[in-house]
Design a protein around this ligand. Structure first.
Ligand code: TMP
Ligand code: ASP
Length: 238
């Protein structure tokens, strides 16, 4: 397998084609963005930490029977993945109130949300990822009814697996965002799972250990990501 060219550069990852059209290489960069690209910085070790974090989580999800695009970790900051036809919506699950839910509905931060809340957002930075619902997805043809049902079911299945995994490491999985794509007619988890796309709080102190440290200028961003990783059993290589 050989990289053949750059397909797409996102805010934090670059996607490369390979000599196999069914496979892509994801390169995790040190670029860190927030507020839909308004705040941008380079954070040392971020690419390698998120690549290894994502590889660990994708393998855990695959072991739990959830289909993902992940094939293999290639280097400290690159992974081989299946080439999905990505669906342009973001699936968010919330176990505790935080972020845009607090701003939108005036709910107190930290409130336990039972049952967990599921939301769709349109993946569109220029429009600031607006919240959408099943009706928008159907009318604009972003995904079929069956695909919507599959994305919801898989996102909630991921919640069961990861809530337990982080709880075992003394952390609360507050919320997270997933993206899915199509592969041979199936809905498969794509993109990444890392502290860039979720919120994790220390279960005892409530300390924020995710990208909110970057958004809110709390410092020690990557050190916190590494601490989260260590608590769930990741041995980072550099
Ligand atoms: P929010 O509170 O900003 O709506 O985000 C909810 C969770 O989803 C939070 O963990 C961050 C994640 N998320 C992203 O990583 N990227 C996005 O574009 C969106 C909308 C959410
Ligand atoms: N992931 C988005 C961005 O990079 C939103 C955020 O994390 O605040 O800008």
């Amino acid at each position: 397998m050989k990289k053949t060219g750059e397909l797409y550069a996102g805010k934090a990852k670059t996607v490369y084609t390979t000599d196999d059209p069914a496979l892509l290489v994801l390169e995790f960069r040190n670029d860190t963005s927030a507020f839909d690209g308004e705040k941008m910085e380079q954070l040392e070790r971020k690419g390698q930490v998120n690549n290894q974090f994502n590889a660990f989580i994708m393998k855990a999800l695959q072991q739990a029977g959830i289909a993902t695009h992940f094939v293999d970790q290639l280097s400290t900051n690159e992974s081989l993945v299946r080439n999905l036809d990505m669906i342009p919506v973001e699936c968010v699950v919330r176990n505790r109130a935080a972020g845009s839910l607090v701003r939108r509905l005036g709910i107190e931060e930290g409130k336990e949300l039972v049952p967990a809340i599921f939301e769709f957002f349109l993946k569109n930075d220029a429009l600031h990822d607006p919240m959408i619902n099943d009706s928008h997805i159907a009318t604009f043809g972003w995904a079929s009814e069956q695909e919507v049902a599959a994305m919801k079911a898989l996102t909630l299945q991921v919640n069961d697996v990861l809530t337990q995994l982080f709880a075992d490491g003394g952390m609360v999985l507050v919320d997270y965002k997933l993206e899915f794509g199509r592969f041979n007619g199936d809905i498969v988890l794509g993109d990444e799972f890392s502290p860039d796309g979720c919120r994790l709080w220390d279960a005892r102190t409530g300390e924020k250990m995710d990208k909110d440290r970057f958004r809110q200028n709390l410092g020690n961003v990557i050190e916190s990501y590494e601490e989260v990783g260590r608590r769930i059993g990741i041995e980072f290589q550099s």
